[in-house]
Design a protein around this ligand. Sequence first.
Ligand code: XUL
Length: 561
Amino acid sequence: MCYCLFKYFTPAPPVCVCVCVRACSMMAAAQDSPVYLGFDFSTQQLKVVAIDENLNVVHQNNVQFDSELPEFRTQGGVHIHGDRLTVTSPVLMWVKALDLLLDKVKRAGLDFSRVRALSGSGQQHGSVYWRRGASETLQNLDPDQDLHQLLQGSFSLRDCPVWMDSSSSQQCEDLQAAAGGALRLAHITGSRAYERFTGNQIAKLRRTRPDEFQDTERISLVSSFAASLFLGGYAAIDYSDGSGMNLLDIRSRTWSEICLEATTPHLDRLLGAPLPSTSVLGPVSSYFVWTRFLRELQRGGLHWRQPRVSGRNEAPAGRHRVTRSSCGSSSLARRWRVTSSVIPVDWRAFMALLCFKNGSLTRERIRNKCAGGSWELFSAALRDTPLGNNGNIGFYFDSMEITPPAVGVHRFDSDDNKVSSLSPAEEVRALLEGQFLSRRLHAERLGYSIIPGTRVLATGGASSNQEILQVLSDVFNAPVYTIDVSNSACLGSAYRALHALVAESGASFFDVVKKAPEPQLVATPHPTAQEVYGQMLKRFARLEERVLQEPRPLSSSNQSV
Ligand code: XUL
């Protein structure tokens, strides 16, 4: 979930037309002003947002992996393997998506000579394996060819493990044993061993794919892989994304000897030294300067200045007492100052991160089953059912959930009896209430408490659905805010890019985002919400215990429903 940032200066740009998605009138006046790009290599798509110096969004674009790169045959950007535990994405799909995205942005009319800096983020935990000799290739890319052609031989592993993978249970056990237990490992790395965490994936690959592993000269996270493409050389892993590997000692911010040794001896040579998320990685690769991405720079003559900053994104949009709820492929809830992961914009601080696997894809499944595939009907079902859903509660874990580790669909009526079905409208509400009760329950277990002044910030695709936001507000009994741009990871990256240029003068990231539009209030809790959901949360916690005690299906611990 992080990136890098590079910057480059250009002379006065040639005449250009800026085409933007949302803010055309605003842009007409500012066609030659500097812009800053933020990329996000997420699970289902590659996205970019361009902002101007006043933090206005001037362009957005994306490439959907499934529909725009069908030759890779992904579903939701991934391949779920036969064991239903292994989940991977083709590395060349990500590279080709970048070729395509830059073409689309250029065709849309964004003048790259206005770009002063760029930054990016990537899905956390996923890893990329560069074949021996790839560094050489990266440094000598032929500007006349597409990146995906140039790099087709550069990866020792075609299919990269991603965050949805849960096939490394054995390696998790081994790591915890080597570290002296789960608690001790959490003390060092911020987390107990998780299957999706990169160290455990690396340990598994070393055992199951020894030849490919031998042929690897460097391992990147998705974020540092993306940065490496722009940089034309290997980008460092940053502290924040590195916190999701079960390898980084999050206090000393160096690789933990114990964890490295337990994973793969001398692994540090393959990882490179980690860096603060706000470090400068370098100037953008000459490949991009002399190819279609920035070809216009060549015509005008180019003044390079030393680049400065690199960073992770996820602009933390608030202070204390702000919880953030992402409504994307995975759902995240974060809170400041609880040890778990290094904060991208302040490497001295930590944040807690809760991750839930069954997010938007499960909502889509239930929408298809209960609302004829229509979000309008899905929303109507939420409007037509009462807060508390007549006592019905549901758990919808299509694949093995992360928090809590349970699988399957479990429905309960108002007397806590297990039932096999609900009416379509009740099913829709049971899903939403169940998802948000789970976020609240587990956030509270981490120490988070809802007090006067608590605000919920919602991001991700579902954050544009008013009825979903209303359920979120009711369950948390707190007002919900959103920002105008659902690509918040890209936006955070673009802010980081801008920050890169002013950080030298001592400006903090917070100075930069002061100008950002305030999140907008989009839902306030119903007057009865506290009473309804205060009670329901207790029942939900008890029922979750019951679900956890149920024997898991024999075929696999990760089966789909
Ligand atoms: C976080 C996690 C997911 C991915 C999605 O630990 O696994 O949120 O980062 O990109």
